[in-house]
Design a protein around this ligand. Structure first.
Ligand SMILES: [Zn+2]
Length: 309
C-alpha cells in the first residue's frame, strides 16, 4: 500500500482554489494570530486525522554551510563562530517518504555568502534532488532560497512541483517579492504547485501537521511530526537560527530583523510556545540551521545523518 498523504488521498482538491491573480500587494504585511493554550492538544488531534502507519525515522542532509558569529544570529550574542548548516530533511514511512525543504543549487548558495566563498557540497545536493524525486510529498517551511530553491531551480521542476505543497503566503512572496530574483515564480509556474491556504493547522500525512507561523516570512510554517515509536518533533524552520534563541527567548539582532522585515512580536510569541512545548511536553525542537544541535541529535540517535536518495 502506498503512503497516504494529503495529495495522494485526493483531499487537496477542494483547497486549491487559490488563483495567483488574486494576490494582494500586502506581501510584507504579516497576519499573525495568537496561539491558544490548547494548541499542542489540537496539533496532536489533527495528527491522527490522516490514517496510516506513522513514520519510522527522520534524517537530514547538510548540503552547505554559512559561517556567522553568534552576534549575527542572537541579540547580545558573542563573536564566537556559529556554523549555519543548510539542510533538507527526509521523513521515512514504511511505504514512502515526505521531504521537508528542498536544498539549493550553488548559485543560490552564493547569495548567502555576501561575497565570500563558503562550503557547498554538490553531491549532497544531488542526493537531495534524488530524494525529492522519490518522495510522495514535499513540504517547504518557508519561501527563502535556502529552503525552496530545490523545487524551483531544478531540472525536474515540473515533476517536483506536482507533489510540492506551497502555501498561498509562500506563493505570494515568490511571485511578487522573492528574496532573490533567481527564485521568482511566474503566475503560470506557480500554478504547477499544489497551493494551499489554511487558517492555523493542516494535517498532510499520518502524524504530520503544518502549523502556520508567519513572522520570519509571511509564508512561514512549523512542521509537527510524530514517529511510530512515539517521539514528537517540531521543525521550527527559521523562527530561530539556534536553539539558544529559544532557550534564552532572544530574537535575532535588531538590524537583522529589519533587513529580513520580520515581525518580532509574532516571532517572540512563537518562540515562547516552542520553549513551552520543549520544556513541558518533551518535543524535539529542530531549527533548520543549528549545526551544533543537529550534530548532537545525530550523536544521540534522534536524527539520521544522511537521507537515502
Ligand atoms: Zn534558512
Amino acid at each position: 500500500m502506498a503512503l497516504k498523504t494529503m495529495l495522494g488521498a485526493g483531499l487537496v482538491a477542494g483547497l486549491l482554489n487559490f488563483g495567483v491573480s488574486s494576490v494582494s500587494a500586502q506581501v510584507a504585511e504579516v497576519e499573525s494570530k495568537p496561539y491558544s493554550s490548547d494548541l499542542l492538544e489540537r496539533v496532536r488531534q489533527a495528527a491522527t486525522t490522516i490514517s496510516g502507519e506513522l513514520a519510522a525515522t527522520i534524517s537530514f542532509t547538510k548540503l552547505a554551510e554559512s559561517h556567522r558569529t553568534y552576534a549575527g544570529i542572537i541579540e547580545d550574542g558573542s563573536d564566537d563562530l556559529f556554523v549555519a548548516a543548510r539542510t533538507a530533511f527526509q521523513i521515512a514511512y514504511p511505504e514512502g517518504t515526505v521531504m521537508l525543504d528542498s536544498g539549493m543549487d550553488k548559485a543560490v548558495h552564493r547569495y548567502y555568502g555576501f561575497g565570500r566563498e563558503e562550503p557547498y557540497w554538490q553531491e549532497a545536493n544531488d542526493e537531495v534532488q534524488a530524494a525529492l524525486r522519490r518522495a510522495q510529498l514535499i513540504i517547504i517551511t518557508h519561501e527563502h532560497g535556502d529552503h525552496v530553491a530545490g523545487v524551483i531551480r531544478s531540472d525536474y521542476r515540473e515533476e517536483l512541483a506536482a507533489k510540492t505543497m506551497l502555501t498561498k503566503g509562500q506563493v505570494e512572496t515568490l511571485t511578487l517579492a522573492p528574496q532573490l530574483p533567481e527564485i521568482q515564480l511566474t503566475s503560470e509556474q506557480a500554478s504547477d504547485y499544489n497551493v494551499v491556504d489554511y487558517e492555523l493547522l493542516l494535517p498532510v500525512a499520518p502524524g504530520i501537521v503544518l502549523i502556520k507561523s508567519p513572522g520570519h516570512t509571511p509564508g512561514h510554517q512549523m512542521v509537527y511530526v510524530q514517529l511510530a515509536q512515539g517521539k514528537e518533533f517540531l521543525f521550527i524552520g527559521d523562527i530561530a537560527w539556534s536553539l539558544d534563541n529559544i532557550t534564552q527567548l532572544k530574537l535575532r539582532p535588531a538590524e537583522t530583523i529589519a533587513r529580513i522585515k520580520e515581525n518580532p512580536q509574532a516571532l517572540m510569541h512563537q518562540m515562547t510556545w516552542i520553549k513551552h512545548v520543549m520544556d513541558e511536553d518533551g518535543l524535539v525542537v529542530v531549527p533548520s540551521h543549528d549545526q551544533r544541535l543537529l550534530a548532537r541529535y545525530v550523536e544521540e540517535g534522534i536524527l539520521g545523518a544522511s537521507i537515502s536518495p
